[in-house]
Design a binder for this molecule. Structure first.
Ligand code: ASP
Length: 341
């Protein structure tokens, strides 16, 4: 039986072409993309595709697009062994995180990839990324079960858990990192999976999609010298129900009374605030008074979650419509490997 893979082409640099007049890159259709990767035919797979109409730059991704990708996977779940999502790199980690929450009980590979250079360019990284993503989506163990049973990002030499990944370089081919979790596979002469890092299960509970995402969230980046009025204004933005607060180091924030009181007022009003670090790697760990005060007033410790996963997890939990207490409980729980508890 040949592996059956569905490619979902959403847009991004991988399928873009340069406008001859303006020299600006814009998304182009899937046929153009596949014409530039004739090698795909050498894979003995059945490959079908669907595409966004029109394909988009991933800066335009929003909740409705995540729902469209999730629906496409759900509607085709039984027909295919795996899914490859072609996506712009800019917001890839957000989409990967969102899908990981929306596709509860996922047991098939959803491999997201793209490229830094368009597929039509001579030095493109898109060809290699696409072919490797297809091979990973088709990979099975000796018993025929999919090797990858989660949402992952394939880029250059690494397969990363989607909700642990971050775009760390705007220019390098090696564009994604997972600072707080090991790669699921290393790509070299072969594809070497890390059995301990992969989330796999032999039981097959039915896929349980949850499409609702409530984007009533915001983020606040702390910086030395921030004014009380600025913080107060941000914490009382109309309609905002949840905030990801990016703090210093191991989760530290000013200890001044005005800061602590302003945050406490917001928490007491019902705003859910999650504390994540501005550092690219490491864990929020209240070792200092500066971090401990936040915990004491009801700010939730984000531990080692990425910013992208924290924002989308909040949208997901708010989307389910859970009461605040339950949202706080699930923020302290790993739903699909997004945080180390
Ligand atoms: N702006 C592009 C996008 O995210 C960048 C890329 O694909 O690398 O769609």
């Amino acid at each position: 039986m040949k592996p059956r893979i569905l490619i979902i082409y959403t847009g991004g640099t991988i399928g873009m072409i340069e406008d001859p007049k303006t020299k600006v890159l814009r998304p182009f259709d899937f046929t153009h993309l596949m014409e530039n990767v004739p090698k795909v035919k050498k894979l003995d797979y059945v490959i079908d595709n669907v595409q966004f109409d029109p394909p988009i730059d991933s800066s335009d991704m929003d909740v409705a697009h995540w729902q469209e990708i999730a629906r496409t996977i759900v509607e085709n779940y039984d027909k295919y062994d795996g899914f490859v999502v072609l996506h712009g790199t800019d917001t890839m980690a957000y989409t990967a995180s969102a899908l990981s929450f929306m596709l509860e009980n996922l047991r098939k590979p959803v491999i997201i990839t793209g490229s830094q250079l368009p597929i039509g360019e001579v030095r493109t990284d898109g060809e290699e990324n696409l072919i490797t993503a297809l091979q990973i989506a088709a990979a099975a163990d000796r018993d025929g079960r999919p090797m990858v049973q989660e949402v992952a990002i394939l880029f250059e030499n690494d397969l990363l858990r989607g909700n642990r990944a971050t775009k760390h370089s705007a220019n390098n081919f090696d564009a994604f990192k997972s600072h707080n979790y090991p790669p699921l596979a290393k790509i070299g002469l072969g594809i070497t999976f890390d059995a301990d890092a992969l989330q796999r299960s032999s039981s097959l509970p039915p896929l349980n999609p949850r499409y609702a995402m409530d984007p009533s969230v915001a983020s606040i980046d702390l910086f030395p010298g921030m004014k009380e009025s600025t913080l107060r204004h941000m914490l009382s933005a109309p309609g905002v129900k949840g905030v990801v607060m990016r703090t210093f180091g191991a989760g530290n924030a000013p200890t001044a009374d005005w800061f602590v009181n302003t945050v406490k007022e917001a928490v007491d009003r019902g705003l859910i605030i999650v504390n994540v670090t501005q550092c690219p790697s490491g864990i929020v760990h209240p070792r200092y008074q500066a971090g401990d005060k936040l915990e004491a007033i009801g700010v939730i410790c984000g531990r080692d979650i990425t910013f992208e996963a924290a924002i989308t997890k909040l949208m997901f939990l708010l989307g389910i419509g859970l009461p605040a207490q339950a949202i706080k409980k699930y923020l302290n729980t790993a739903l699909c490997g997004e945080v180390t508890i």
